[in-house]
Design a protein around this ligand. Structure first.
Ligand code: AOS
Ligand code: ZN
Ligand code: ZN
Ligand code: ZN
Length: 425
């Protein structure tokens, strides 16, 4: 199924009048307070978030998975789904593949299809957290950190294979997330595990082309419940520094112990030029991988406030790679991703509204009340007309979810693809 611009335009007609009056109201209000609305709308329109191939099927928990119907069975169909999201929003212009779940059978056909949807291949993801049916070595007791030299070499080799596939697709980065750790005290020697991990990552880094980046993701626990070798941003940062200047830390919002100040981590990494990538999701308890902005939208805004500040002020930090890393089993995955994209852009737009000059003045005067007000004024602004303006100007849908439903996308996908489950998680 392909959604053409003409069809979107047709559906937009019904909403344009309301949009105009909402937008005028907001534009006047923001212009009065000194904001450059056209510039903000352009920034929102430019913001692109990668969709991971594994979020397109119905995800789940370790207790079960319920199919949604019409899930993409093969990589080409996953690309088609991201294409639908991009047509509706014009903010999902990239796809993040996972090897071995997404091994392309015909590289040039795949590139052609990506091009036709306006998509690029963002970071490649390796997988050394599962044994594949044809696995020659096991990752049961670790991969890049393994005490078993053969397992370690096998895991390094897999990452090199992912780089090789990524090169063919013109991807420019590799994300490494490791499940490596221990479930019981005494199971592994922390220092040996860390030093093996560092050695392995250096081998992978050395194999990357000169214009590639390595993103090192951290996570405090799960699937191991006593220790994880790359448990926090500090460990990731240390390993990134050990690898070299094209290695960076990747922040996944769900990978922190409760109440961790993630915005401060973002600021610290950007200050050092080491924030490479971002996985968006939301959570209440752990790595819940819920829809972005569904639980803690204010925290998301505060994080974006640091991102916007860092993009402006830390020129030593490369522009981060954005990806949604969410997956669960009770919503239509495409509608869920549309909600996540909306939440990301809302937080971004609100952060763009923060009066940075006034905030600096308040901070210099230790005016705590004013500082809080400046942030909350931005956060409490209903910025959705700005997102609509950005979409309208790029030919996307004024209301993506309503258009998706009106067009009966899921019903069409079910009739085209049936009830087979997606490959992957
Ligand atoms: C796992 O918890 C991490 O969030 C990973 O980034 C990702 O979900 C996994 O690599 C899926 O392939
Ligand atoms: Zn992640
Ligand atoms: Zn995760
Ligand atoms: Zn997650």
């Amino acid at each position: 199924m392909i959604i053409g611009k003409d069809i979107i335009d047709q559906y937009n007609k019904a909403g344009v009048e309301n949009f105009n009056s909402d937008f005028d109201f907001l534009q006047n209000k923001l212009t009065r307070s000194g904001a450059n609305v056209a510039e903000i709308v352009n920034k929102i329109a430019d913001f692109q978030v990668a969709i991971p191939s594994w979020a397109l099927g119905a995800g789940g928990t370790r207790f079960g998975r319920f199919s949604y119907g019409g899930e993409p069975a093969v990589l080409e169909q996953k690309l088609d789904d991201v294409g639908l999201l991009h047509a509706l929003t014009h903010s999902a212009g990239a796809v993040s593949l996972h090897i071995p779940w997404d091994i392309p059978s015909d590289v040039s056909a795949l590139k052609e299809s990506a091009k036709s949807h306006g998509l690029v291949f963002d970071a490649m993801n390796s997988n050394t957290f599962q044994d594949q049916p044809d696995a020659k070595k096991s990752y049961k007791f670790g991969s890049l950190n393994s005490v078993n030299e053969d397992s370690r070499a096998y895991a390094v080799e897999h990452n090199k294979e992912v780089i090789r596939i990524g090169k063919e697709l013109d991807s420019k980065s590799l994300t490494v997330w490791l499940a490596d750790g221990a479930s019981f005290p005494g199971q592994l020697n922390f220092q040996t595990a860390l030093s093996n991990t560092e050695k392995s990552l250096k081998e992978i880094y050395a194999d990357m082309p000169e214009d590639w980046k390595l993103f090192i993701e951290y996570k405090p626990y799960e699937p191991n419940f006593y220790s994880t070798t790359i448990q926090d941003w500090g460990t990731s940062f240390m390993l990134a520094n050990a690898c070299g200047e094209r290695a960076f830390t990747l922040v996944d919002l769900g990978h922190h112990l409760p109440n961790t100040n993630i915005e401060q981590i973002v600021a610290t990494l950007m200050y050092k030029g080491k924030l490479g990538g971002f996985h968006f999701n939301d959570s209440k308890y752990g790595d819940d991988d819920l829809t972005v902005g569904s639980i803690k939208p204010y925290a998301l805004f505060l994080i974006f406030n640091e991102l916007v500040y860092g993009i402006e002020n830390n020129k030593n930090n490369p522009y981060p790679a954005w990806m949604i890393d969410a997956s669960h089993n009770i919503k239509d995955p495409l509608e869920d991703l549309l909600q996540s994209l909306e939440a990301i852009l809302i937080a971004y737009a609100q952060a763009l509204l923060v009066d940075q000059k006034a905030l600096k003045t308040a901070q210099l005067n230790n005016d705590v009340v004013a500082a809080q007000d400046i942030l909350q004024n931005a956060y409490r602004t209903d910025v959705r007309p700005l997102l609509q303006a950005a979409r309208l100007q790029s030919g996307a849908a004024l209301d993506p979810i309503a258009t998706y439903r009106n067009l009966k996308v899921r019903e069409t996908l079910i009739s085209e693809r049936g009830w087979a489950k997606a490959t992957g998680l």
